[in-house]
Design a protein. Structure first.
Ligand SMILES: Nc1ncnc2c1ncn2[C@@H]1O[C@H](COP(=O)(O)OP(=O)(O)OP(=O)(O)O)[C@@H](O)[C@H]1O
Ligand SMILES: [Mg+2]
Lengths: 284, 279
């Protein structure tokens, strides 16, 4: 009787172990598959021209996406300038003064904002920054991405600030530091590795966003000087090129996909490196 | 020394009325030592929970006062009330009066109070900065404009840490051992030249050799500083302190010269505690 039950337990154990193991393997293989596929197709198509040349007119082969690479970087810069300071400061507020009902509402709203579909944020940025001036612009794209950067930055900043031990704060206050002084000189520096990582991850996430750019930054086949004109970006280029009926464009879409993924991976690995070297929280 | 920059507090201390131990319910010492802190009828509350009951205690200048008592009896609470550290805890409050050199601490500006009354915590809490920046922290935030280098060296020497770290001042303080970190925290507190140093079980995580070093250090600090130390270690209290206060359940049971308290305690509960029969 008891040996029967033991046998049953052992079988159940084995079955569960196999099931969960297979699921875990599936997760990894999806990533590896995407990566391999992209590497195969994109690597084949990637050449020097891709980084240095403008797109060729329809019908001609060759050319590159130099303008889209620069465009993506410019949009990310705008998103960083608009989203990160707000996110950082709101995160500080929640972590340091966060016991109130008001803070609870902010925290909840932030989580909601994080869940808003990116296309909806695109419409919002469209009505905010495109309709009034009646043309697409890099600025409008930056607004859309900047909004998307905020919730992730807020929550990660809050988490990392909360992880700073109370006794560090007490140490500073015991020396006569005010609350703000303590936050600025001890708490923020202690959490800086983590906060920076959170910011980079937030930027890496919006680097691949397409939907909110379609009707804000739009796209551009040429260089886009300044911030007030439509601007090309890698995700939108991938979208346009992938659905076009030209083989050469498909080739370039793959190359753009690979470059985008490489950008995000480098940012990701960079963060982890910073974090590990500083010995900060390891499980982000 | 650099006390020039802090001349204001030194003169303030001299000008303040020299409060004698008039309010103490317990006869302490016939010696006429000036009172630095006078705690009178202190009741302390965490929310609705009272942690200290009607406690009156004089802290004599340039003496080491040890606070002993079983865990949870309110030693840390009393200590943290002296530099108003408990204000960081929500819903905490106290009634009664605490005078520092005759001035009500609630009327003092809190940053100034904390600069005059330094604190070393039970667990070493160096900032994740360099050794140098740790020691210089208090000076910098207080707008000290003199030579930082000299002050840092002087403080590290006073804390008996200089020889061990003089070649690695710009290394992270987190790379130091626990005992070195604790001495660094003492150096950090000493750098602003406090009039009073509060220590909450500073040796609980340290080995006997380091503990002995810190006790020796306290003995030397006495000349320029009043010290209050919380300890669980009876031998330490007996060895290192001039006065001992024994607390139980938030109440002060006995306060006397250490030599007398440990040889002829007047309360049976004190005797039971110091002989290890409870607590
Ligand atoms: N932040 C707090 N909130 C509520 N109650 C507290 C808080 N801190 C301490 N207490 C309570 O106050 C009482 C005294 O605590 P305190 O820390 O002063 O004791 P202690 O004598 O220092 O003990 P130990 O020797 O263990 O450090 C205890 O009953 C404790 O539970
Ligand atoms: Mg304690």
């Amino acid at each position: 009787m008891s040996s029967l039950r033991l046998g049953w337990r052992k079988t159940l154990n084995a079955v569960m172990l196999t099931l969960t193991g297979v699921a875990a393997l599936a997760v990894v293989s999806v990533l590896l598959f995407i990566f391999g596929y992209l590497l195969y197709h994109g690597g084949k198509s990637l050449n020097w021209d891709f980084f240095t040349k403008l797109p060729k007119p329809v019908g001609e082969t060759g050319g590159g996406m130099a303008n889209a690479i620069v465009g993506s970087l410019k949009l990310l810069l705008l998103a960083a300038l608009m989203g990160l300071p707000v996110g950082l400061m709101a995160g500080v507020y929640l972590a340091e003064f966060g016991g109130t009902t008001f803070a609870f509402v902010i925290r909840y709203t932030t989580d909601l904002l994080n869940g808003v579909p990116s296309i909806v944020i695109g419409i919002f940025a469209y009505s905010l920054a495109v309709l009034p001036v009646k043309h697409f612009s890099a600025l409008a794209g930056g607004v859309a991405l900047g909004i998307m950067v905020i919730p992730v930055t807020v929550r990660s900043t809050e988490e990392f600030l909360r992880a700073v031990p109370v006794n560090l704060r007490e140490g500073a206050m015991a020396l006569g530091a005010s609350k703000w002084r303590t936050i600025a000189t001890v708490v923020l520096p202690a959490a800086s590795g983590g906060i920076l990582t959170g910011m980079l991850l937030a930027l890496a996430r919006v680097a691949g966003e397409t939907a909110p750019l379609l009707f804000t930054a739009f796209s551009n086949r040429f260089w886009s000087p300044g911030w007030g004109q439509p601007i090309a970006s890698l995700p939108v280029m991938i979208y346009t090129y992938a659905i076009a009926p030209y083989d050469d464009w498909h080739r370039q879409a793959w190359a753009a996909g690979l470059v985008l993924l490489a950008l995000v991976l480098v940012a990701n690995l960079g963060c982890r490196l910073i974090l590990n070297r500083r010995g900060a929280i390891r499980s982000v | 020394m650099s006390s020039a920059a802090y001349g204001d507090s030194a003169t303030a201390a001299k000008l303040a009325p020299q409060v004698r131990m008039m309010d103490s319910p317990l006869a302490v010492s016939p010696k006429e030592a000036p009172v630095r802190f006078q705690i009178s009828h202190l009741d302390f509350f965490y929310g609705s929970k009272q942690a200290v009951f009607d406690l009156s205690l004089p802290i004599l200048a340039n003496k080491i006062t040890a606070l002993i008592g079983p865990s949870g009896c309110g030693k840390s609470t009393v200590l943290r009330t002296l530099n108003r550290m408990n204000e960081m805890i929500r819903h905490s409050r106290f009634t009664g009066e605490i005078l520092l050199d005759g001035q009500d601490i609630r009327r003092l500006e809190v940053a100034g109070l904390r600069r005059r009354v330094g604190m070393v915590f039970q667990r070493p809490n160096p900032f994740p900065k360099s050794i140098y920046d740790n020691v210089a922290y208090g000076l910098r935030i207080n707008g000290y404009t003199g030579r930082l280098d000299n002050m840092v060296e002087h403080s590290l020497r006073r804390a008996a840490l200089w020889d061990e770290v003089k070649d690695q001042l710009h290394k992270s303080a987190l790379a130091l051992s626990g005992g070195q970190q604790q001495r660094l925290c003492i150096a950090r507190a000493l750098a602003v030249d406090p009039e009073v140093l509060l220590l909450d079980e500073p040796c609980s995580a340290l080995d006997p050799v380091t503990t002995a070093k810190i006790e020796e250090l306290l003995f030397h600090l006495k000349d320029g500083c009043t010290i209050v130390i919380v300890t669980h270690n009876m031998q330490q209290a007996a060895r290192a302190s001039d006065f001992t206060a024994f607390m139980l359940d938030g109440k002060l049971i006995e306060h006397a010269e250490t030599s007398r308290l440990f040889t002829t305690p007047s309360d049976p509960r004190t005797e039971a505690y110091i002989t290890g029969r409870f607590g």
